[in-house]
Ligand binder design. Sequence first.
Ligand SMILES: C[S@@+](CC[C@H](N)C(=O)[O-])C[C@H]1O[C@@H](n2cnc3c(N)ncnc32)[C@H](O)[C@@H]1O
Length: 208
Amino acid sequence: MSAQAIAHSMEELSAKALPASRKVCADKCAAEYRPLSSGFVSTFVSDWAERRQCNLSGHNALYARKQFKAGEVLCEFGWRDLLEYPTYLTVQTGEDKHILLAPEWLEHINHSCEPNVLFNTATFKLEALREVQPGDELCFFYPSTEWAMSSPFECKCCKPSCLGLIAGASQLSREQLGARRLTDFIANRLDERDAGASSDSPSNSNSD
Ligand SMILES: C[S@@+](CC[C@H](N)C(=O)[O-])C[C@H]1O[C@@H](n2cnc3c(N)ncnc32)[C@H](O)[C@@H]1O
């Protein structure tokens, strides 16, 4: 189906998808960047994804139009440009390697501390981390790909495990990262960091 824009009313919105708990969250903190209040314009960007743009803030988010099982691939991704430095739009694929995503609309995927997708930068596939239903917002955990973000922000995902300030994996402890899936690049960087930290610790230094 070709891309088409549909204006949704507030009534349609609340009747459609938001469970009561999410509605409270949306009312409390989403107006600034999430297109869940004041209505939104929806654009079908593919047969499985829809971009919603908030009428009030102009911020975008990407929503699923299809069901995906955990582990399923939503799409392959590539890059329009490769930068040596991060921007708020880039995804890190290696040391000094930051891509501007292709297709471009993938950059509307917001961060959540309880993500449902992962940009796997080893395979260049966008993977579902758990079951995704049509109408679910697609979110990834930004520190799963980003070591040191150019534009840290205070997270508004409103999830129970929300970490607050999101600045990249370099700013998070193992405990904070928990069991979240990370790219191979970030997992390796953490191993290097923690190996460096333990060899620096006084208990490991030979003072004899
Ligand atoms: C690549 S953009 C994501 C899409 C963006 N919302 C848009 O309008 O196109 C990344 C920016 O979105 C905002 N953002 C994404 N997830 C967020 C979250 N959970 N809490 C607060 N801001 C978020 C931050 O400003 C971040 O720098």
